[in-house]
Design a protein around this ligand. Structure first.
Ligand code: NAG
Ligand code: NAG
Ligand code: NAG
Length: 246
């Protein structure tokens, strides 16, 4: 499940022609879907029209009735969770992965198919511990005390890409009814998990969930599950190189 802004067609197309185009990995079905809100502002009608055409062409867009903006990312994540809970309960695992990520599905599948990987109450990714809540109103990550009073966030998984057993979405949706939303989607999911008394798991090999890799190196991209990229073009370029036969 890829949260993306309505106008980010280039990001969606890069994913569609790379990891989003994989339907079977090690014999298991995988499906990539995009989640968007509604575009606000002067070009909103035009964007909506294009989005509808794009949706007819590809059939991989989910849209929900909220204004698509940075502060509403928590809403978007919770709509993803709700959709997985109500429309996709047959899936064994889900992943929330940002639209600027490289995703190595072979390695993801190896993790999910490993006998020691729990099938329930399981969520993993890059584990964040003891993160201070940002109280500087000028920061993109600012959260007012009224929304989240404690000085530190609970343990959570960095929003770039986290993967979970698919029994979790309905539990997270249920827990969220008791937790006031705040605008940091990954920490908010952490708050829901804390309420559920579910501990995020450290991946067996934490180096597989990377934020930035300093420079492109094919061997590293062959080893990671996910890592942040700088542009849709990088995804196309790196993918081509990673997939070339040795
Ligand atoms: C997806 O892969 C199929 C072959 O498996 C190919 O025919 C198709 O063009 C690809 N789609 C994109 C958007 O690259
Ligand atoms: C979206 O929500 C607004 C405000 O709640 C409502 O007026 C509108 O009819 C909704 N649109 C759709 C398509 O459901
Ligand atoms: C989403 O964000 C905008 C501001 O960017 C806000 O006006 C709107 O009410 C928010 N919530 C929903 C449900 O759309």
């Amino acid at each position: 499940m890829v949260p993306v802004a309505p106008h980010q067609l280039e990001a969606r197309n890069a994913i569609r022609s790379t990891w989003g185009n994989e339907t079977t990995v090690r014999g298991k079905a995988v499906l990539t879907l995009f989640m968007v809100g509604l575009r606000d502002g002067p070009s909103s009608n035009e964007t909506q029209q294009q989005l509808q055409e794009e949706s007819q062409q590809h059939g991989d867009i989910l849209q929900s009735n909220f204004t698509d903006s940075y502060v509403n990312l928590t809403i978007k994540t919770m709509v993803i969770m709700d959709w997985l809970a109500t429309r996709c309960a047959q899936a064994s695992f889900g992943m929330k992965v940002d639209s600027d990520m490289f995703l190595n599905l072979e390695n993801l599948m190896s993790l999910l198919l490993a006998p020691e990987t729990p099938k329930q109450n399981y969520i993993t990714g890059m584990v964040m511990r003891g993160r201070t809540v940002v109280r500087n109103p000028n920061s993109k990550w600012y959260v007012p005390v009224e929304l989240y009073p404690e000085p530190y966030y609970p343990v959570y998984l960095l929003g770039m890409g986290y993967v979970f057993s698919n029994d979790l979405p309905p539990k997270i949706v249920e827990a969220s009814k008791e937790i006031k939303p705040f605008n940091i989607e990954d920490a908010y999911v952490g708050a829901c998990l804390k309420r559920l008394e579910i501990q995020p798991s450290r991946p067996p090999d934490p180096s597989k969930f990377r934020s930035y890799l300093k420079k492109y190196n094919r061997d590293e991209f062959l080893k990671v599950i996910t890592t942040i990229l700088k542009s849709p073009q990088q995804l196309l370029d790196f993918w081509k190189d990673v997939k070339r036969s040795a």
